[in-house]
Design a binder for this molecule. Sequence first.
Ligand SMILES: Cc1ncc(COP(=O)(O)O)c(C=O)c1O
Length: 394
Amino acid sequence: MLPNGVSYADRFSGISGSAIREIFKVLARPGIVSFAGGNPSDDALPNELCAELASDVLLKDGKRILQYGATEGYPPFLESLQAYLNESYDFPAEKQNILPLTGSTQGVDLLCKAFLNPGDTVLTEDPTFLGNMQTLRVNQQKLVPVESDDDGLRIDALETAVKRHRPKALYCIPNFQNPTGRTLKADRRKAIAGMAGEYGFLVMEDDPYRDLRYEGQPQPSVKHFDESGHVVYMGSFSKLVSPGMRVGYMVAHEDIIRKCTIGKQGTDLHTPLLTQAIIDQFLRRKLLMPHLHSILGPYRGKLHAMLGELATFPEGTDYTKPEGGLFVFCALPEGINATKCFEEAVERGVAYVPGTYFYPEGGHHNTFRLNFSNSSLEQIHSGMGILRELFQPK
Ligand SMILES: Cc1ncc(COP(=O)(O)O)c(C=O)c1O
């Protein structure tokens, strides 16, 4: 109950978050095997290295780091980030095209703040990432899901939706999508960038998983095909180094960056300088790639262990076979309800996220999402064994 006289803002009507909060509450139970989160493995968090880097930067530049800083970013980080983007990415990035973010999540919020009005339409994949679905909804966007298949968003369906709904933006996750793990085909990326220019809508290209590739060939970014300035690329160090540090970034047309910078002033003034400085050292000292190499092998092993277990699930179980990222998405034979089975799964000691929460229009109760990065191989084998039993047709 809210205090007397206090009421929710219109933008919060219909936002409860309660189902997911309940799921995440059970994860605190001792002994539970959780395939529910999207966390990196604890083993992948470089705490000792970060302690060393934090000490170095505070001793060298502590007075600046402990002061207020510029919204545009901690200058050394901006410099090393620009160099990293130009070395490792397939689109040009000048300083005026880059804005450090407090996690890439902030990028979607700032784009809504600066460019979208309540009631505007945003197209999404179907299913799509729950967290940003909530961010878009809090910003009073009308979400219209666009049919997706094993190669990601369907371009014919996208064109139909664009013509019918005249969206202000498309939100998509081209690499190892959350929740499905799917990767968008290169020709579709090109088509999306072209359509954004032709029809005049923003593309929010959310790409936190790009560097967690275990197999296959890297695909060009949507931003690579952006000739008109409509594509906003968002990257993150959350899944590569640490989500707790909250360091992400946006690369976009300089006028988009300028408006988002103004929006960010009122949100958090700037991303913490200490964590920008630590990531700067990762980039400057070329520590990112060796760190990534140390985590990719174990993650690949866990993905394969999970896929191996899924191969023994009841006949008719369908599941994605991602080339990277942190998730596998499963569809049980019709008639088995993963949403209803959730409580029973938790009672037996395993958690997942029912797939229905990732669909803007709900339904799809036979689906669920599994995370493999944050469990040990033993937990994957034991937890998947429990789910296999649970999902046997009765
Ligand atoms: C698709 C997607 N975008 C963004 C995020 C959050 O990234 P950040 O920690 O940089 O805000 C996640 C985290 O789960 C995600 O899956």
